[in-house]
Design a protein around this ligand. Sequence first.
Ligand SMILES: Cc1cc2nc3c(=O)[nH]c(=O)nc-3n(C[C@H](O)[C@H](O)[C@H](O)COP(=O)(O)O)c2cc1C
Length: 201
Amino acid sequence: MDMTRRNFLKLLGSAGVLLSVGKAHAATNEKILVAYFSRTGEEYGLGNISKGNTAIVAEMIAAKVGGDLFEIKPVIPYPDSYEECKTVASREKATKARPEFIGGVDISGYDLIFVGYPIWYGDAPQVVYTFLERYDFSGKKIIPFCTHGGSGLSSTDQTISLTCPTAKILQGFELRGAIAQNNPAQAESIVADKLKRLNLI
Ligand SMILES: Cc1cc2nc3c(=O)[nH]c(=O)nc-3n(C[C@H](O)[C@H](O)[C@H](O)COP(=O)(O)O)c2cc1C
């Protein structure tokens, strides 16, 4: 098959494979993965966004701690329309749906896994639970982080702890989506502060 480098990279991205190969974190020697779900399109109060709020934060974390990124990308993308996305999201929440995501990641080599998501109806989107239920997190540390429009973590750290009872859930953190989207300097400083508190930088 004749495939240009750009098409190859595009294919890797769309297959949901790792976007970078990270090194062990210098301070702790832990291998770190930053797995996240994030949506683009029309977002409440933000207009049409081409990069999701959580994606922005995930990339900041990975860059600061030297982690690998894995995007939890649903096989069926959520609608770009905010209203239509709300309809799908609330139906999925009500039915405890487990939407499939594209590709996968071998988590066995990682010690610490950040799991990032937007808050949807006071919870993590259902596709994040598909991810959490797919793998064996025994002995792994998980740090939940979210972006939101005002709800904070909304106890998702506790829900994750119930979903992954054999993992050690460390203190999660939250950030308003609008800050991530519109004020990168402030977002960088909040993220750096959280990572310092976790002794990761
Ligand atoms: C379907 C849907 C439901 C949402 N529900 C909430 C909510 O309950 N509480 C909240 O603070 N924000 C809520 N939001 C706002 C998002 O959490 C916020 O904009 C987030 O930063 C989006 O992140 P993303 O760009 O990574 O997808 C909701 C957004 C959508 C699309």
